[in-house]
Design a protein around this ligand. Sequence first.
Ligand SMILES: Cc1cc2nc3c(=O)[nH]c(=O)nc-3n(C[C@H](O)[C@H](O)[C@H](O)COP(=O)(O)O)c2cc1C
Length: 250
Amino acid sequence: MASAAAENPAASDASAARAAITVIAAHPALEHSRITRRLMDAAAGVGAAPDGPAVDVRDLYHLYPDYFIDVAAEQAALGAAQLVVWLQPIHWYSMPPLMKLWLDEVFAFGWAYGPGGTALRGKDLWLVASTGGPEHSYHPAGYNRYFFDAYLPPYEQTARLAGMRWLPPLVLHGAHRVDEAGLGAHAGLFAERLRQWPEWPELEDLEPAAACEVPADARPAPGGEPAPAAAPALHGARQVRRTARDAHGP
Ligand SMILES: Cc1cc2nc3c(=O)[nH]c(=O)nc-3n(C[C@H](O)[C@H](O)[C@H](O)COP(=O)(O)O)c2cc1C
């Protein structure tokens, strides 16, 4: 296990103190959730144990019901973390909409990537997801037509662009057919993995995080567009749209 710590700054920091884990949880209808809610509770339980990692579970749909994301607060939460977990149901082969908006706004040019964008470098990113489709549907002969891994490159490349190490995802397929015992076992596995991070055997073989350099001229020059109107005059959805557009994601 020493090699994981040697190659990954996040891992070596973790050995010195309680590991810091931030769970970004996004489920638009948590009251109907069978597995995501259970995993959120499991993560909070791990964080409540004094001898385990410190776990910050951020329920995006609870924090931002108006979709007005506090970018500074989210960036501070990520800055404090060594392991970032994205906990979500798969929606349309991707992430729920508030999580996508969170990504657009929080992973900003000059902060998460691009010149000076080093805030997330060396951290680990772990996708923990569930699907409605059973595992066999994610197959060339199944109705989802591709193996599940084929849907993951946008996630993995997002991690790479930010200089984060992409950990092997934990996925529960066919979530609404899994029985109570299966749900409990999956939550137990998730909790155990959180407690053990970064001491996971498979991390010994993982490449350390490598940054992708994005040149400054990959984005419109500051001032290349008319300056936005005075921010205090903008509220709600209009402000969100402006902020998302101005974020200029990759
Ligand atoms: C809007 C929407 C889109 C969905 N898209 C997919 C999908 O692309 N692939 C899939 O396998 N399941 C899809 N599902 C099913 C969810 O992934 C599944 O219900 C969820 O993972 C179960 O987790 P939960 O118990 O926490 O709700 C979708 C569900 C909704 C509501």
